[in-house]
Design a protein around this ligand. Structure first.
Ligand SMILES: NC(=O)c1ccc[n+]([C@@H]2O[C@H](COP(=O)([O-])OP(=O)(O)OC[C@H]3O[C@@H](n4cnc5c(N)ncnc54)[C@H](O)[C@@H]3O)[C@@H](O)[C@H]2O)c1
Length: 255
């Protein structure tokens, strides 16, 4: 894809299922990848795999819910790798439960990771991109934001907020030539999904029901999501901003 060679892309949650696939896909385009994750070992592993395959990557352990850590990490990685061209806000977390059985401690954790994390990242990175008059942002939301998802009310609250925020800053920063788009995965086979589905018979039943409901007849794989993210970060997507696209095997087809 055009315009990705030697660019610097930051991927949050780069040590996890979808994030690691996004990092690997960027590396295939000769993009330099900053792999950010709370799980420093997972981030190291992904950066190591990219190095072993001949690509360029560096791991940064960071808790995105702490603004000072985000600011320090963004400053350090620009020192190490150069100006950030692409920001992918991919890190996310949830614990499934019916809303009426949840409490504020759980809401706070879900909001901290899924809303404040992306806010801190946007604030730290976009001021730099705006000063340079260029940049690409791809935010990983969820189909839970578009069509709802039982057991994921507060997560959906955050992911819906991320969609609204993305469209707003896409407008605010268009004159600075910053594109902001959103990708909404459907059920995708990662640790997060396995946590959501649960263990044992209950998990197997939910997985089977979803596979039956998905028109393509299978769950998503992390690699299914990576291509559109890299496309939206490339020069092929230079005139696309403020858009939301689902990657769900056809499970949702709302406009
Ligand atoms: N898997 C799905 O079915 C699905 C569906 C819709 C949307 N999504 C979204 O896709 C994105 C990636 O999810 P995944 O399925 O790959 O999950 P995952 O659990 O495999 O990976 C998430 C990564 O985010 C990291 N992370 C969590 N909290 C963090 C924090 N405070 N600071 C830094 N890193 C942190 C984790 O360590 C992990 O490596 C998330 O935003 C998720 O909400 C996933």
């Amino acid at each position: 894809m055009k315009g990705l060679r030697d660019k610097v892309a930051v991927v949050t949650g780069g040590g996890g299922g979808i994030g690691a696939a996004i990092c690997r896909r960027f590396a295939e385009e000769d993009t330099v990848v900053a792999v950010l994750d709370l799980d420093g070992e997972a981030a190291d592993r992904v950066a190591g795999e990219i190095h072993a395959a001949g690509g360029k990557a560096k791991a940064y352990p960071v808790d995105l819910t702490v603004q000072e850590q985000v600011q320090a990490t963004v400053a350090a990685l620009e020192q190490d790798l150069g100006p950030i061209d692409v920001l992918v806000n991919n890190a996310g977390w949830d614990r499934a439960a019916p809303f009426l059985e949840t409490d504020k401690a759980l809401w706070d954790k879900i909001v901290a990771v899924n809303l404040y994390g992306p806010l801190y990242m946007h604030h730290a990175v976009l001021s730099r991109m705006a000063a340079r008059g260029k940049g690409r942002v791809v935010n990983i939301s969820s189909d839970a934001a578009r069509v709802g998802s039982s057991g994921e009310s507060v997560y959906a609250f955050c992911k819906g907020g991320l969609v609204a925020f993305s469209k707003t800053i896409a407008r605010e920063l268009a004159r600075q030539k910053i594109n902001v788009n959103v990708v909404c995965p459907g059920p995708t086979d990662t640790a997060l999904f396995r946590d959501f589905a649960g263990e044992g018979e209950r998990g197997e039943k939910l997985r089977a029901a979803l596979i039956k409901a998905i028109p393509f007849g299978r769950l998503g794989e992390p690699e299914d999501v990576a291509g559109i993210v890299v496309f939206l970060a490339s020069d092929e997507a230079a005139f696309i901003t403020g858009q939301v696209i689902s990657v769900s095997g056809g499970l949702t087809m709302a406009g």
